[in-house]
Design a protein around this ligand. Structure first.
Ligand SMILES: Nc1ncnc2c1ncn2[C@@H]1O[C@H](COP(=O)(O)OP(=O)(O)OP(=O)(O)O)[C@@H](O)[C@H]1O
Ligand SMILES: [Mg+2]
Length: 461
């Protein structure tokens, strides 16, 4: 375009010179002979005219091409992503048309600048949201390349840099989905699936995304970690099944024995024996229901611990005395030993009494007859502690981490036979947590178990 303007202006000027020259010849031929016209003077005049024309044409060409060149340079910068100022190209031409063109261009540039700013801020907002949400998001272009992936997606899907296409990612995750089906055949519906990656259960949703005029642009993959929900769901199911089972067993005995009694033909001794069983099973159900109610109160935070300062030494000694009778039934040697006089503790006295009874009951239950059970009470690092040590059957290492779960028992049959429901330690844990204490269990199978509890000695403000 630049060359064509220059060329056409020069050609136009030369043409004008030639026309003027020929016209001069034609007009002068009537008065002057051809020899005179082609005289040296006239040839010089012609050359001067041509030079003047060339200079004139260069000036005209420059006045048009210089602003156009600047405009062109500016446009190229815009195309390459830089938004430039138009002020310096506004004043560089006196031609009205060029000025109008520059003005229109400036307006257009202002609009582009504004849109560019809006787009940039929108994009950075979206990027910040995507980086800070817990869910993973992967965007694939229509040619199946990853165009955006946030950190949670990389972490949850355990992806490496080389996994950068739809095919590679779905193959790695063993998800059987077809890209084209999601984009073209699913009637714009999303496809949902659940997978397990490492220790996590993930819910994956694939959905197509479109341009303003509904042209498919690619696929978005959303990744949500549902491990906790699945765990809670399983715990809920397990809990319901445990409660039903625990209630069904005594109910079956109560029903069976009561029917036998109702059928008659029993000796008074048999009636007494069966009635005792019915009574025991009813008590067992009663204990279970009251344990469940207590746990449910913890869950709904309906328990208000009545905290006060009291002597843990006195409480431990008195519980030990009360439990001696139960321990003696199994010929255990139960002792309360004060190591260092402990400071007073700040907790709910009745609840802590329940904790000590529960722990000692376990030691009595799970220690073969004639065992040694010691309750140490003392102070360590200005904290008060209680430690119950037995030389009973112990708890296998693998079970130790689950011991505070509701209904968890190492040996269900054995524990049930001893009247246990597997709720004792979960209640103990709730009480200790609610009183700002700590509890730890160490155990070795066939050697014994050690339960250590610490309690705060200061009023918590
Ligand atoms: N001192 C211990 N020695 C060996 N095993 C123990 C001891 N204390 C607890 N356990 C194991 O931990 C399990 C859970 O104890 P927990 O007190 O919660 O329930 P439980 O004693 O079975 O029933 P509950 O206390 O509700 O009557 C027990 O079933 C038992 O297997
Ligand atoms: Mg118990």
């Amino acid at each position: 375009m630049k060359n064509s303007i220059k060329l056409s202006v020069i050609c136009f000027n030369i043409l004008m010179v030639v026309i003027v020259f020929i016209a001069t010849i034609l007009l002068s031929r009537q008065f002057i002979t051809l020899d005179k016209i082609l005289s040296l003077n006239n040839i010089i005049v012609l050359i001067v005219l041509v030079i003047l024309t060339a200079i004139l044409s260069t000036i005209i060409v420059r006045s048009i091409t210089t602003p156009l060149k600047k405009l062109d340079k500016n446009m190229k910068s815009v195309v390459s992503g830089k938004i430039l100022d138009t002020r310096h190209i506004k004043d560089c031409s006196n031609l009205r048309e060029i000025e109008e063109l520059t003005n229109s261009y400036s307006q257009m540039l202002e609009l582009i600048k504004k849109n560019h700013f809006d787009l940039n801020s929108q994009q950075s907002k979206t990027e910040i949201i995507l980086e800070h949400i817990a869910d993973g998001v992967v965007a694939f272009s229509i040619n199946k390349q990853v165009v955006h992936i946030n950190k949670p997606a990389i972490r949850l899907l355990e992806l490496s840099n080389s996994e950068d296409t739809f095919e590679k990612i779905t193959k790695k995750l063993k998800i059987n989905v077809n890209f084209d089906e999601i984009v073209y055949l699913s009637n714009y519906k999303s496809i949902e699936t659940k997978i397990t990656v490492g220790e996590n259960v993930l819910n994956i949703i694939f959905a197509p995304f479109f341009s303003n005029n509904l042209i498919p642009m690619g696929v978005i993959m959303m990744v949500r970690n549902i491990t906790e929900n699945v765990k809670l769901d399983n715990m809920r199911k397990e809990f319901v099944s445990n409660v039903s089972h625990e209630l069904k067993t005594p109910l079956t005995s109560i029903k069976g024995y009561s029917e036998t009694i109702m059928n008659g033909n029993l000796t008074p001794e048999e009636v007494e024996k069966f009635s005792k069983v019915i009574n025991q099973e009813a008590n067992r159900m009663g204990r279970l229901v009251s344990d469940l109610l207590q746990l449910s109160r913890f869950d709904y935070q309906k328990v208000n611990f009545k905290k006060m300062m009291f002597s843990i030494e006195d409480l431990s000694k008195s519980v030990c005395e009360k439990m001696k009778f139960v321990a003696s039934e199994k010929h255990h040697n139960l002792e309360c030993i004060v190591t260092v006089a402990p400071p007073k503790v700040y907790a709910d006295k009745d609840a802590i009494e329940q904790v000590i009874v529960n722990i000692l009951t376990n030691s009595i239950k799970y220690t073969p007859d004639g065992g040694d059970i010691k309750l140490y009470v003392g102070s360590i690092n200005s904290n008060a502690y209680i430690k119950v040590v037995d030389n009973g059957i112990g708890i296998p290492e693998k079970d130790l981490q689950r011991i505070f779960e509701r209904f968890y028992r190492v040996d269900k049959a054995r524990s049930r036979k001893m009247g246990g429901t597997g709720l004792g330690l979960s209640i103990v844990k709730e009480i200790i947590d609610g009183n700002d204490g700590t509890i730890d269990i160490k155990s070795v199978v066939d050697v014994g178990t050690e339960v250590i509890i610490t309690l705060p000695t200061k009023v918590k403000v």
